[in-house]
Design a protein around this ligand. Structure first.
Ligand SMILES: [Zn+2]
Length: 407
C-alpha cells in the first residue's frame, strides 16, 4: 500500500478521572479510571500505542501535540514497520511524529502484570509469585473481553478475582476504554486473526509510566505462535515494545495452555476466580456450554481426568468437538494441544469423541494447508474491502437500529 501521506493531528486531554485522545476525524478515545485518579503523565507514549493500529490500517502520518519518550517513539515506529511488512496487503506505511522528552524519574520497584482472570494470566501470575514473591501490581482492562458499556459484569469480574489478586499482587489497577469500539469501526483486524489486543493492552499499561517491566502471559507456546501467525501478542514483537521506562516481557511461551491447566488444577488454588466463558450474558461465570468453555473442559479432562466445578455445566458429551470452530487456525492449535495431551496421559482411547475429533482436525489441517483463504468469512472480506467512510455510515446505521453498540 502507499506510504503514509494522510496527516492526522493527535491531541491528548487530561482530566481528573480520564484521559482522552483526540485524533482528527475520529471519535474520542477515552481511558477512564473508576477506582483512582488518572495517572500524572510526563510522556504520552500510551497514545502512540493506542493509535498505531488505526494509523497502520489507514496509512497515516500522525503528528502528536504532546511529547513522547525517545525510546517509545523509536519502538512504536519500529513495530509499525514489522506489522506493515508482515501484512502488506492490510497495513500501510505509517509515520509517528512527536517531540521527545525524558521519562519519569520515579521508578516503581514493582512490575505491572496484565491480568484478565483467564488461564494464561492466572498461571503466569501464580508461578512468578511462587518464584519471586509479591513483586508486581496488576492491570485489568475493561473494554476488551467485557464491553465498554457493561459495568455490572466487569464489577462481577473484579469481585470474582479479588481474593486471587490480593494474595498475588500489590496494587490492582483498572482502566476502562472504548478503544476496541474505535478499532472495530475502522476494521483494524485482518481476516482470521486478532492483532489489536496487544496494542490496547500496552497502551493502557503505558498510562502507568513509572513501571520498568510490563508482564504479559503468552497466549501460545512459541511453536504454536508460528501456527497462528499473525497474532497480536507474540514473543517476537512483544520484546520490541517499549515505552518511557518500560519494556514488555512475555511470560511462559515455553508451555501450552493444557500444561498451564494441569498446573492450576494441581496448585491447590481456588479455581473459582477463573473467568473463561465468552458468553457475554454469563461472564465472569463459566457457562460450560459455549465453545471456549467446552474446549477448556476438554483440556482439563485431557490433562487431569477431571472437569473442575467452575463450570455451570460440567458434562462432556460425545460430540463436544462440534462446538470448536475448526476453520480457525487458533482453534485447531488448541484442539491439537488437547489431543496430544490425551495421548500423553493415556486417555485418548477412553476420551468421549476423541477419535472423531482427531479425524476432523486432520482433515481441516490439510484443507487449510492447501488453501490460505480457507475459513475466511464473507463478512470479514466485506469489511476489509469497504472504504472507511462506508464502514462508518454502515456502523451508524447499525447503531440507529440498535444492532450495534454505541461508540
Ligand atoms: Zn461459556
Amino acid at each position: 500500500m502507499n506510504s503514509g501521506s494522510k496527516i492526522a493531528n493527535c491531541k491528548i486531554k487530561e482530566e481528573l478521572e480520564q484521559v482522552v485522545i483526540q485524533l482528527d476525524g475520529f471519535p474520542a478515545i477515552v481511558f477512564q479510571f473508576p477506582d483512582q485518579q488518572a495517572p500524572t503523565l510526563q510522556t504520552y507514549d500510551f497514545a502512540m500505542w493506542a493509535i498505531l493500529p488505526i494509523a497502520l490500517r489507514l496509512g497515516l502520518t500522525v503528528r502528536f501535540h504532546q511529547p513522547m519518550s525517545k525510546k517509545g517513539l523509536d519502538s512504536a515506529n519500529n513495530i509499525a514497520k514489522v506489522w506493515q511488512r508482515w501484512l502488506p496487503n492490510f497495513f500501510s506505511d505509517v509515520k509517528l511524529e512527536a517531540s521527545t522528552t525524558d521519562p519519569h524519574k520515579d521508578l516503581s520497584a514493582k512490575a505491572l502484570t496484565f491480568f484478565s482472570g483467564g488461564i494464561d494470566s492466572t498461571y503466569s501470575a501464580h508461578k512468578i509469585y511462587n518464584e519471586h514473591g509479591r513483586d508486581s501490581d496488576s492491570l485489568t482492562i475493561h473494554g476488551m473481553d467485557y464491553k465498554f458499556d457493561d459495568d455490572s459484569r466487569f464489577e462481577s469480574l473484579k469481585e470474582q478475582t479479588q481474593t486471587f489478586r490480593e494474595s498475588i499482587f500489590g496494587q490492582s489497577h483498572f482502566v476502562k476504554t472504548n478503544l476496541y469500539n474505535v478499532y472495530s469501526l475502522i476494521g483494524c483486524n485482518p481476516k482470521g486473526s486478532h492483532v489489536t489486543h496487544i496494542f490496547a493492552m500496552f497502551s493502557c499499561g503505558s498510562l502507568f509510566e513509572t513501571y520498568a517491566t510490563y508482564r504479559i502471559a503468552a497466549d501460545y507456546r512459541l511453536d504454536q505462535q508460528l501456527e497462528v501467525h499473525p497474532w497480536g501478542s507474540n514473543t517476537a514483537t512483544n520484546r520490541l515494545m517499549r515505552s518511557g521506562n518500560g519494556q514488555l516481557v512475555t511470560l511462559d511461551d515455553d508451555i501450552t495452555r493444557a500444561e498451564k491447566a494441569n498446573y492450576l488444577a494441581n496448585s491447590g488454588l481456588d479455581l473459582s476466580s477463573l473467568s473463561i466463558c465468552v458468553d457475554h450474558n454469563i461472564r465472569p461465570h463459566n457457562c460450560g456450554v459455549c465453545s471456549k468453555c467446552i474446549r477448556t473442559k476438554a483440556m482439563f479432562y485431557a490433562t487431569t481426568g477431571n472437569i473442575p466445578t467452575i463450570f455451570l455445566d460440567r458434562d462432556l458429551s460425545q460430540n463436544w468437538h462440534d462446538s470448536i470452530h475448526l476453520k480457525r487456525k487458533n482453534e485447531r492449535v488448541f484442539l491439537s494441544d488437547i489431543i496430544e495431551t490425551a495421548i500423553a496421559n493415556g486417555c485418548y482411547e477412553s476420551f468421549p469423541g476423541m477419535k472423531e475429533a482427531h479425524l476432523k482436525l486432520r482433515a481441516e489441517q490439510v484443507k487449510a494447508a492447501r488453501n490460505p483463504m480457507y475459513g475466511t468469512k464473507p463478512k470479514q472480506l466485506f469489511k476489509e474491502l469497504l472504504p472507511l467512510r462506508w464502514r462508518i455510515t454502515f456502523k451508524r446505521f447499525q447503531v440507529r437500529r440498535g444492532l450495534a453498540d454505541t461508540l
